[in-house]
Write a protein that binds this ligand. Structure first.
Ligand code: COA
Length: 251
């Protein structure tokens, strides 16, 4: 479900659950967290995160959301995001196809994000009765301004690479040479002095303490939203493949 390759100082984490559009489960978050944390001790100079089958990820597994009784359901997600935030070497994301929910949110914590021109992004939390997560409610307004952030987070609709670039969610979009683009930047990063690169990242991320406290605030709001009838109705509707009952959802 998560494939990890460590080749020539490059750790590649592949989200590999094609039958569910690479939706993420607690065990997958754990595997990703363990892999990224392992980069700290070894000779890894760059981490690459990618999906499989032309999809990055459709986000958190909605069935897991539906069965989570409290924040325990999101513990592994928290560990994964902490690993990403604390990763001291550069993280490069290669995005093809769908990058939904945490699939978009995690990009905000990567250092290089290359997306195929077919990529489609969404942070549809509001459509599940949920709220933004992992500092997206802080970072997106800072990257893109309040008006664009409100559009992305209050409407929760899909957007394309042009909007993602405008909002500083991706570094660049490319067509069929996406793998080459990623390989080129990985090669460049591998040839930089390791400590200077790590120090540069640390300096660029000097607001990490604030980001972490904002994440805690979001998580508290997220946890209470998950228990609400509107969220439960949205989860059930998705799983039952039916429209939401508007009366319950709009409460
Ligand atoms: N959680 C659980 N299952 C998911 C999933 C998710 N996030 N995303 C897709 N799947 C499942 C579908 O239920 C379907 O399963 P089935 O074959 O057993 O019926 C399978 O993956 C294929 O998905 P499908 O919906 O048929 O593909 P699509 O290309 O028509 O649509 C999405 C793709 C991502 C737009 C759509 O699946 C979707 O909206 N998923 C939910 C996204 C979401 O809300 N994520 C959480 C954000 S917080």
């Amino acid at each position: 479900m998560i494939t990890v390759k460590n080749n020539d100082e490059v750790l590649t984490v592949t989200i590999n659950r094609p039958d569910k559009k690479n939706a993420l489960t607690p065990s997958m978050y754990k595997a990703m967290a363990d892999a990224i944390n392992s980069a700290k001790d070894g000779d890894v100079r760059v981490v690459v995160i990618e999906g499989i089958n032309g999809v990055f990820t459709s986000g958190n597994d909605v069935a897991e959301f539906a069965s989570a009784q409290s924040t325990t359901g999101v513990n592994e997600t928290v560990k994964f995001m902490q690993a990403l935030l604390n990763c001291d070497v550069p993280v490069v994301a290669k995005v093809e196809g769908l990058a939904v929910g945490i699939g978009t949110t995690m990009l905000l914590h990567c250092d290089f994000v290359y997306a195929h021109k077919n990529a489609k992004f969404a942070m549809p939390f509001i459509n599940l009765g949920l709220v933004p997560e992992y500092a997206s409610s802080y970072l997106i307004p800072r990257f893109a301004g309040h008006l664009k952030a409100a559009k992305l987070l209050m409407l929760g609709e899909f957007f394309d690479v042009d909007v993602a670039k405008e909002c500083e969610i991706i570094t660049e979009s490319s067509a069929d040479d996406l793998q080459q683009t990623v390989d080129d930047v990985v090669t460049k990063l591998r040839n930089k002095p390791r400590t200077a690169l790590i120090d540069t990242k640390k300096l660029l991320k000097s607001n990490k303490t604030f980001i972490k406290s904002h994440i805690d605030v979001e998580l508290e709001v997220f946890a209470s939203a998950m228990q609400r009838a509107s969220a439960q109705e949205a989860f059930s509707a998705f799983l039952d493949k039916r429209p939401v009952n508007q009366k319950i959802f709009r409460e």
